[in-house]
Design a protein around this ligand. Structure first.
Ligand code: C2O
Ligand code: CU
Length: 580
């Protein structure tokens, strides 16, 4: 079982346990003896089963096992201790006498669940106390409602504990945390002088109607096409792109995803430039010194902007193309999977490079059928010693790129994306769903680690929780318990070797993306990367995953560091890397 599925199982069991206790309590209050006993026994078993899932999570290296042990386990234990012993007695006697204990157990389980889902990491003493106060208050109310008579001492003690927990808990939760420096609105530096442009492009953003999947689709497009024009260059070129906004009311910018341009050219509105409003323009200029497959997209209202079509391909080649070199930017436009299927015969013996790009917010699965192939590069960085693969799929995270290379065989070859043939040299029928998936961490040949000591370390815990710092409370995607713009920036000095640990406590995948730098993957879930060095700008952090990555701080500025599920980024999962 993966940590993700263990987590899901644990969650389901916790919900069942809470529902069982509450249902049992209600049934016994209504004197429905068999139902009450049945639900109570079920809840008891479910609560005990959590001991198994929590232990399994701890053994799988789940980073937050301790928190389950500290919050969920004691509340479960209290539930079992209070309700369990009363069950045999109630089986013969007055079933109503166990109503309050069963409800108490239900409140305890529910509050543990609420702490897990709403509050998240890090769990503070204040939240723990509030949870206890909530359980006691709900129990007291049930007591009153059912007209049962607890002894005076019991009710006084319970009242005392509840009030104390409430007061202390509220105090601890409301006390202001240290205010992070919010890194917005600083001075934008002028474009770095990089010399006379050798490649010039103009991109005009506008609302447009484009053909997709055989119908007219309302889109936001660069130069009236989705994807926008493919920008290409040769290493050493000076690329100049003039961005104009005709009528995109939410503003537009260009971010060169994976291209480590100077900060002033990075295209993050409010951080490296102001958004380009309708009627305005902005000129980007940078030297193309990274070879490989990249893409560009708007970073203004990025979730809707990219989804509506404001993206395109950026490819920098080491030399003029030899053989076949095609880009396959995958995107979902108004429910239509792009690109539309294409068939282009290739003569046997010709070298082929397929540049796969995932411009969506979720992972896609790519499978190349009909030929052995190698993964030559990921995220624009060449792999060392990639071996031939056959009948193997690759998973590309949101924002990520894989270059697949092969020599065209005499028989047809087809690329499938999520089971759909997207690019082929002829008809191929293959079922690729059962193919194994490549693990890049063990692919290719390793080389000596470039760094052995680190000047700085950061930990990012990706999670979901209530964000109370804005004007309206929201259920945000959080990093270390806070949501943008309240996440403290990571501060580094030029030249630092920075190591960061990134942990996913939530139930969904977070494709992580740091601007302006490529990170070297050190390990995932405690297992050291043993294959080719991997220098990535986008990687999937799955539920339960713990990644260790490192980079050299060699590109000064203020950089976005965020989840590339762009809806998550807009719902808080974005922070900044800042040079002191
Ligand atoms: Cu491709 Cu900040 O994003
Ligand atoms: Cu995310």
């Amino acid at each position: 079982m993966t940590t993700g599925s263990l987590l899901a199982a644990d969650l389901v069991i916790a919900v069942l346990a809470a529902a069982g206790w509450l249902g049992g309590g209600a049934a016994s209050a209504a004197r429905r003896r068999p139902l009450a006993l049945g639900l109570a026994v079920f809840a008891l078993l479910a609560t005990l089963a959590r001991a198994v899932t929590i232990t399994a999570l701890a053994r799988a290296g789940w980073w937050f096992a301790a928190e389950k042990v500290v919050i969920a386990a004691p509340l479960s234990l209290a539930a079992v201790a209070v309700a369990g012993p009363r069950l045999p007695r109630a089986a013969g006697g007055d079933i109503r006498s166990v109503a309050v204990p069963l409800l108490f157990a239900g409140y305890a389980q529910s509050s543990a669940l609420l702490v897990t889902l709403l509050h998240g990491y890090p769990v503070s003493a204040g939240v723990g106390l509030l949870a206890v106060a909530g359980v006691l208050a709900a129990t007291a109310l049930s007591w009153l409602a059912l007209g049962a008579r607890p002894s005076r001492t019991v009710s006084r003690a319970a009242l005392g504990v509840a009030v104390a927990a409430l007061v202390t808990g509220t105090g601890l939760v409301v006390a202001p945390a240290a205010a992070p420096g919010v890194p917005h609105g600083h001075d934008y530096r002028d474009a770095r002088t990089v010399g006379e442009p050798t490649r010039r492009f103009t991109l005009t953003a506008a609302t447009a109607t484009v053909r997709a999947g055989g119908r007219d689709v309302a889109a936001w497009a660069f130069n009236a096409q989705v994807p926008g024009p493919e920008l290409t260059g040769t290493v050493g070129d000076v690329i100049e792109v003039t961005l104009r906004n005709r009528d995109i009311a939410r503003g537009v910018t260009l971010h060169w995803h994976g291209y480590d341009v100077p900060n002033s050219q990075d295209g993050v509105p409010g951080v490296t430039q102001a958004a380009v409003r309708p009627g305005q323009e902005f000129v980007y200029r940078f030297r193309a010194d990274q070879v490989g497959t990249y893409w560009y997209h708007t970073h203004s209202a990025s979730d809707v902007g990219v989804r509506m079509g404001l993206y395109g391909v950026l490819v920098v080649r080491p030399a003029p193309v030899t053989g076949v070199d095609v880009t396959v930017p995958v995107h979902t436009l108004a429910g239509v999977a792009l690109p539309e299927p294409r068939t282009e015969p290739v003569e046997a013996g010709v070298p082929v490079r397929l540049r796969l790009i995932n411009t969506d917010s979720t992972t896609h699965r790519y499978a190349l059928a009909g030929t052995p192939f190698r993964v030559a590069a990921i995220d624009g960085s060449d792999l060392r010693g990639p071996t031939p693969l056959v009948d193997t799929a690759v998973l590309i995270p949101a924002g990520g790129r894989y270059d697949l290379v092969f020599t065209a065989p005499a028989t047809p070859v087809a690329l499938f994306v999520d089971g759909r043939a997207v690019h082929s040299t002829g008809p191929v029928s293959a079922t690729t769903a059962a193919w194994p998936v490549l693990d890049p961490l063990t692919y290719g040949v390793s080389s000596a680690a470039p760094w052995s000591r680190f000047d700085r370390r950061f930990t990012l815990v990706l999670d979901r929780g209530l964000d109370l710092h804005g004007l309206l409370p929201r259920y945000a995607h959080t990093v270390n318990g806070a949501a943008d713009p309240d996440i403290p920036p990571q501060v580094v000095r030029l030249g630092d070797v920075v190591r960061f640990t990134i942990v996913n406590r939530s139930q969904v995948v977070h494709p992580w993306h740091l601007h302006g730098h490529h990170v070297l993957v050190l390990s995932r879930n405690g297992r050291t990367a043993t294959g080719s060095p991997l220098r990535w700008d986008s990687f999937d952090v799955r539920p339960g995953d713990v990644w260790e990555v490192a980079f050299r701080a060699d590109n000064p500025g203020m950089w976005a560091n965020h989840c590339h599920n762009l809806a998550h980024a807009e719902a808080g999962m974005m922070l900044h890397l800042m040079y002191s």
